[in-house]
Design a protein around this ligand. Sequence first.
Ligand code: NAP
Length: 387
Amino acid sequence: MTKSITVLGSTGVMGRLTLDVAAHLGGEIAVTALAAGQNARRLAEQVVQFRPQYVSVANPETRDELCRLLDGSGCVPEIGVGPEGLARAADVPTDVVVTAVVGAVGLIPTWRAISRGATIALANKETLVAAGDLVMPYAAARGAAILPLDSEHSAIFQCLQGATGSTVSRYLLTASGGPFRQTPASELAQVTAADALRHPTWSMGRKITVDSATLMNKGLEVIEAHHLFAASYDTIEVVVHPQSVIHSMVEFADGAVLAQLGVPDMRVPIQFAFTYPKHLPRPDQRLNFAQLQQLTFEAPDVERFPCLRLARAAGEVGGYAPCVMNAANEVAVEAFLQGRLSFTGISAVVEETLGRIPSGHPNTVEDVVQMDEEARSVAVQIVRESR
Ligand SMILES: NC(=O)c1ccc[n+]([C@@H]2O[C@H](COP(=O)([O-])OP(=O)(O)OC[C@H]3O[C@@H](n4cnc5c(N)ncnc54)[C@H](OP(=O)(O)O)[C@@H]3O)[C@@H](O)[C@H]2O)c1
């Protein structure tokens, strides 16, 4: 039976890979709604190829450009604008909403998709980091499944198939270690955005690539795993595995470890979220074990990469702390990408923002949105002070 999908963030790396999978699956997937930010040209191409009923863009200028580009194409989707346009994309009645926008902007549309019981194919980890304590019970109450797209969480999800009733003793999240895995601490303050954007194994959007370089991405994933698998933090471990061949592992109570391996290609976990519980054919490259030579592992260095420690600690504290940590990180990463903050300044801004905002617990998703805004303005101020 054909599944209808909405792709939030269709013009980004994950969004484009999702549409590539949708095209590969052909008649099994109907692309009904798309949401993008400001890339009108790429969105117009997607509209012509997939003919969605509804699209949204971040601002009126992008909408006007999209209309010009679609003029004469025969495609006349309804077009929404801004945060409400994005949330309305999630309201379009589809089977699956792929959340591939970057940042906490994904929270409200994810919430709206859950409220109508849609399956969430979740790439936007920031949503679970900021509001996992509210999102997970709400999804359970609305009967909305949340399926992971992140390769690590998809790997764990795959390892857990058929394991109902088993006790998991450890969730082992693998990390490539990023481009600065072997960079001495004394040189990290001088690395540039261009250096950080050269990821050794994965091709990703700018924000997540910097998060991978600081190991914040792995910290966000620790919190994501806590929520997705109802895993206590003491069972979640990070293992640096530079080859990115093992995407993550699960250790059961008897000591048996299951790992999921594959070439680093996000289309595999994306497709699995659509075809779950089945694995269907894909045309991609395969692992060549004879050429692999070695798979290596090491402990992460939280002295050189304090973001991993900060994120885990914020997750353990809970309440507003992960939301504050995430918002501060988004501000700091943007400042780093614009050359206004050093690489080592990112963790400093996150730590200082956490220190300035008192703890507390959100009761509603609106509380989280408000705290996200407050934490951003505190972090912006701290970035200014650091110059
Ligand atoms: N890339 C990966 O391999 C990977 C793997 C696992 C998880 N993830 C997660 O997936 C998410 C997306 O990552 P990515 O690498 O695909 O990022 P990306 O390439 O930067 O794409 C971000 C997408 O979000 C859209 N967007 C940004 N701000 C928006 C706004 N205010 N309103 C509407 N749309 C907005 C962008 O639109 P425009 O480009 O049109 O402005 C773009 O479509 C992140 O949460 C990331 O952590 C990514």
